[in-house]
Design a protein around this ligand. Structure first.
Ligand SMILES: [Zn+2]
Length: 279
């Protein structure tokens, strides 16, 4: 049963990521995501359903168009694999427990957020911009879940108002904290470097992280993202010194997403380790 659900999670993630590939390509170009149906950008050949199976088709066609044999970017299979692996990892991490509806909601919310982060990361990497439907969409998702959890929250006699509205307070507080903290970092960075240190999109993105996962997740995401950023930056400097090629800076959005993934999968462990430092 668990294997079945695990496979279903992987396959669902790969199929959704296959659609996200279309979103990543078409939305910044102002094209519709439903029509025209998938076609080869070179020869315009219509892509049949069996040529559009996530991961499998790319491998079977060896990354080439079935009609004109022009290469199809390996990014397609990469995004599909990322989607599959992350959806499976969320299922393995959070699983199904009692109450079942609660577990399913948590998994689905994280799946939706991961899908938005995949789209945001790749569009940000390509064009240095984060679409509003990713950042503002994430904030609405987080506050919406806060409202639902507040309505469903078990109540008891003598419960204080603070406890009663805790899920909603955490998501609105997280949103304000994430937004405010990154806004401050952006303001300080702009003063220090005398140019725009990061875009407002990053500020909105961190607001979404806070709305969905709360204020502590914002701190962890900020620390992890700057850690990943420094590691990659350091690697790029070394690679440039070794003349392995030229590298351009990667925008901050994908690092925020990596940091958030670190929180999703290792949050409690990171927190326990951090608390242990003060014992
Ligand atoms: Zn073609």
């Amino acid at each position: 049963m668990k294997e079945c659900l695990g496979f279903f999670s992987f396959w669902l993630g790969a199929c959704i990521a296959s659609f996200l590939n279309v979103v990543i390509w078409r939305i910044p170009r102002g094209e519709s995501i439903v029509s025209p149906p998938s076609h080869c950008p070179k020869c315009n050949a219509h892509i049949r359903w069996w040529q559009n199976i996530p991961i499998v088709s790319w491998l079977m066609l060896r990354g080439r168009c079935a009609n004109c044999r022009s290469p199809i970017s390996p990014r397609y299979i990469l995004v599909e694999a990322i989607g599959g692996v992350l959806f499976l990892a969320v299922f393995l991490r959070f699983g199904l427990y009692n109450p079942l509806a609660w577990s399913i909601m948590r998994i689905v919310v994280i799946w939706i957020w991961i899908s938005l982060m995949i789209v945001g990361s790749f569009i940000d990497y390509d064009l240095q911009l984060l679409p509003d439907f990713v950042t503002v969409g994430g904030m609405i998702l987080g506050v919406g879940v806060g409202v639902i959890n507040t309505v469903l929250y078990p109540t008891y006699e003598g419960m204080s108002m603070l406890e009663r509205y805790m899920p909603l307070i955490m998501s609105i507080g997280g949103l304000a904290f994430g937004f405010g903290l990154l806004w401050l970092v952006r303001w300080l960075g702009t003063k220090a470097f005398r140019r725009e240190a990061m875009g407002m999109g990053d500020v909105f993105l961190m607001g979404a992280v806070g709305a969905i996962f709360g204020p502590v997740a914002v701190l962890a995401t900020l620390i992890l993202s700057s850690l990943f950023g420094s590691l990659v930056g350091f690697g790029m400097i070394l690679a440039a010194k070794a003349k392995l090629g030229r590298f351009t800076a990667i925008p901050y959005g994908p690092y925020i997403c990596l940091g958030c993934l670190g929180w999703i999968f290792y949050g409690p462990e990171l927190l326990a380790w951090y608390m242990g430092l003060f014992k």
